[in-house]
Design a protein around this ligand. Structure first.
Ligand code: FAD
Ligand code: SF4
Length: 508
C-alpha cells in the first residue's frame, strides 16, 4: 500500500502539511531529470543551486524520519523524465497510488497530467500551500478581464489586512509611494553584500557536467553564493530587513556600476523554490516598519512587489496559458543580438547588466526591465527568444513568473494585459537612474550622428513604427505628440540611423 509523493525542485516547502506526520507507507520521491535541465539553456548557478537545495531538502526530510527516494542526475536507474521515473518507482515500490502538489509551470503541470494518464494509478493533486491567492480563484477572476495590478494589489492588501489602519485606510493615507522611490544612488549609504556563505559545490558541478547538461554563465561552483536551505533563506531575510530594507524604497529604481544588487533582497530564489513563504517575508517587513526600523515608503514598496506583482503575474499566467506563450502583439521578429550571451557590447549599460547576469545569475528589476528588456523591445526582438534568455539566465526564473514579466511587462507582446503601456525609454532614463552613461562609447544626449546612443535612436524609431497602434494609449500621448512635431529632416535622420543600427545590432 505504498504511496509515492512527488516533490518538484521548486517545492522545497518544509512547512507543507504533508510533512506534519511521518508515515511508513509514504515514500517521498525527488528527481534531477534532463527534461528539466534541457527545456531551455539555464545558467550554471541555477542548475547547481536547485540541485544542491533539493539534495539538502531530501536529507532534511530523511533526518526528520521520512522515507525518501532521491534520483540524482548521475543515477543509472534515472530515466530523466517525470513520467518514466514515476513508472519505474511505482513498480519498484508496488505503489497503489501517488500524490503531487500543483506544479507552478504549465509545462510541468501538463507533463504530470500525462504521467498520471500513463501510470494508470490513482493520483491526488494538492495545493502547494505557498501562494496567498489560490490559482483557481485567480484563473477564474482574470479569465474575462485582467484587472490593473494596482487594483489587484489594493484588494490583496484589504484581504490580508496589510499596512491598514483600523478604519481600513492605508497607512500614511496613500496606497502608493512610487514617487518617493526613484532616487539615484550617490554611492552612500554603502550597499550591503548578501550574507549567504560561499558553498563549495564543485563535486556536484562535475556530476552535472559529466551528465552532459549544457549551461551558460559562470558556475561559481566553489563559491556558490545562494541560500540552499530554509535556515539560510531565513538568515537572508533577517539580513535584508536589518541592512537593506530601510533604503529599499528610495533606491529601488537606481542602478550602479559599483553594485549590481544595491538594496534589493536577493530573496527571489528562496521564495520561488518555496524555502520562504511570501507571508513571512511580508510580515517581517511590516514588523520592521512597526518598530521604526524602516520607513513606510520602503516597506510599502517591498510589500507591493510580493503581495502585488508576484501574485498578480501568477494570476495572469494561469488565466492566459497556454495562448500567452504565443503572444507577439508588436510582431517583433528580429533575433536577439549575440552579445546577450557574452556581454560584449560597446553600450556600457547593457555590458554591465549582461556581464553581471552571466557572472552572478542575477540582475535587479530595473536592470531587467529598463536595460536588457527595454533594448530588446526597442530593437523589435522576437519574444520567444527574449523569453528563453530570461528563463535561462536568472537564478529565480520559473516560467509562471518569468513569462508575464518578460513577454508582458517588458516586451508588451501581450498587447497591454500586464502593463498599461510599453516600458520603453531613451538614454535619459538610464542616465538619471545610474552612472552607466559616464564613459560610455555612446553619447546619451544624441539621437543621430555616429555617437548617438542607440537607446535614443531606437526609442524614437519605435514610436514611429508603432505610433498607429499606440495612438489611443493616453500614457503614450505625450511622446507621440513630441515625435509628430519633430521636423521632417530630423525624423528622416532618425529613421536612417535606426535602420543602420538595426542592420548591425551585433556590432553595437
Ligand atoms: P527585490 O527587489 O528584493 O523584490 C522582492 C521580491 O519581490 C522578489 O524577490 C520577488 O519575489 C518579488 N518581485 C519583485 N518584482 C516582481 C515582479 N515584477 N514580478 C514578480 N515578483 C516580483 N522575478 C522572478 O522571480 N523570476 C523571474 O524569472 C523574473 N523574470 C523577470 C523578467 C523581466 C524581464 C523582468 C522585468 C522582471 C522579472 N522578474 C522575475 C521580477 C523581478 O525582476 C525579480 O523578482 C527581482 O529582480 C528578484 O530580485 P530580488 O529578490 O532581489 O527582488
Ligand atoms: Fe547605455 Fe546609451 Fe548610456 Fe551608453 S549612453 S550607457 S548605451 S544609455
Amino acid at each position: 500500500m505504498t504511496v509515492l509523493r512527488l516533490i518538484l525542485g521548486d517545492q522545497l516547502n518544509a512547512a507543507h502539511p504533508w510533512y506534519r506526520e511521518r508515515d511508513e507507507q509514504v515514500v517521498y520521491v525527488m528527481m534531477e531529470v534532463r527534461s528539466e535541465t534541457d527545456y531551455v539553456r539555464h545558467h550554471a548557478q541555477k542548475v547547481l543551486a536547485l540541485f544542491a537545495a533539493m539534495r539538502g531538502f531530501a536529507e532534511a526530510l530523511q533526518a526528520a524520519g521520512h522515507r525518501v527516494h532521491y534520483l540524482p542526475i548521475s543515477a543509472t536507474e534515472n530515466r530523466h523524465s517525470f513520467a518514466a521515473n514515476l513508472a519505474w518507482l511505482a513498480a519498484h515500490y508496488g505503489a497503489s497510488r501517488w500524490e503531487r502538489q500543483e506544479a507552478d509551470e504549465w509545462r510541468v503541470e501538463t507533463d504530470l497530467e500525462d504521467a498520471a494518464n500513463h501510470l494508470g494509478l490513482p493520483c491526488k493533486v494538492v495545493d502547494s500551500a505557498h501562494f496567498l491567492a489560490k490559482r483557481s480563484e485567480l484563473a477564474a477572476e482574470f479569465a474575462e478581464r485582467v484587472p490593473r495590478m494596482e487594483h489587484f494589489y489594493r484588494e490583496m492588501r484589504r484581504r490580508e489586512g496589510i499596512l491598514l489602519g483600523a478604519d481600513g485606510k492605508p497607512y500614511g493615507g496613500r496606497w502608493n509611494f512610487d514617487s518617493e522611490n526613484r532616487a539615484r544612488w550617490p554611492g552612500t549609504p554603502p550597499a550591503p553584500a548578501w550574507p549567504w556563505q560561499a558553498h563549495d559545490r564543485f563535486a556536484l558541478w562535475v556530476e552535472i557536467q559529466s551528465a552532459g547538461v549544457q549551461t551558460m554563465g559562470e558556475p561559481s561552483a566553489q563559491a556558490l553564493p545562494w541560500p540552499l536551505s530554509r535556515r539560510e533563506a531565513r538568515d537572508g531575510l533577517a539580513h535584508f530587513i536589518d541592512h537593506a530594507l530601510p533604503y529599499f524604497g528610495q533606491f529601488q529604481d537606481a542602478m550602479s556600476l559599483a553594485s549590481g544588487t544595491l538594496f534589493h533582497s536577493g530573496l527571489s530564489f528562496a521564495l520561488n523554490t518555496k524555502m520562504l513563504h511570501p507571508r513571512e517575508v511580508i510580515q517581517a517587513a511590516v514588523a520592521a516598519y512597526q518598530v521604526g526600523k524602516a520607513p513606510l515608503e520602503s516597506v510599502e514598496g517591498f510589500v507591493r512587489q510580493i503581495l502585488g506583482w508576484r501574485e498578480f503575474v501568477r494570476g495572469v499566467y494561469w488565466a492566459r496559458m497556454p495562448g500567452y506563450a504565443q503572444l507577439n502583439a508588436l510582431a517583433a521578429e528580429r533575433p536577439l543580438p549575440a552579445w546577450y550571451w557574452s556581454g560584449e557590447t560597446q553600450m556600457a549599460c547593457l555590458r554591465k547588466a549582461i556581464t553581471q547576469s552571466l557572472q552572478t545569475a542575477y540582475a535587479h528589476h530595473i536592470q531587467r526591465l529598463m536595460v536588457t528588456g527595454n533594448f530588446a523591445l526597442l530593437a523589435g526582438c522576437q519574444p520567444d527568444e527574449v523569453d528563453a534568455w530570461y528563463l535561462g539566465i536568472y537564478i529565480d526564473a520559473f516560467e509562471w513568473v518569468e513569462m508575464p514579466n518578460t513577454r508582458g511587462m517588458s516586451q508588451y507582446a501581450d498587447g497591454g494585459i500586464v502593463g498599461s503601456k510599453p516600458y520603453v525609454a531613451g538614454a535619459n532614463y538610464i542616465r538619471k537612474q545610474s552612472d552607466y552613461c559616464q564613459g560610455c562609447r555612446y553619447d546619451a544626449k544624441q539621437r543621430v550622428g555616429q555617437d548617438a546612443c542607440p537607446f535614443n535612436t531606437l526609442y524614437w524609431h519605435f514610436l514611429d513604427r508603432h505610433g498607429d497602434r499606440l495612438r489611443h494609449n493616453p500614457r503614450m500621448a505625450l511622446p507621440l505628440k513630441h515625435w509628430q512635431h519633430t521636423d521632417a529632416d530630423t525624423q528622416q535622420a532618425v529613421r536612417a540611423q535606426a535602420e543602420s543600427y538595426l542592420a548591425r545590432l551585433d556590432t553595437l
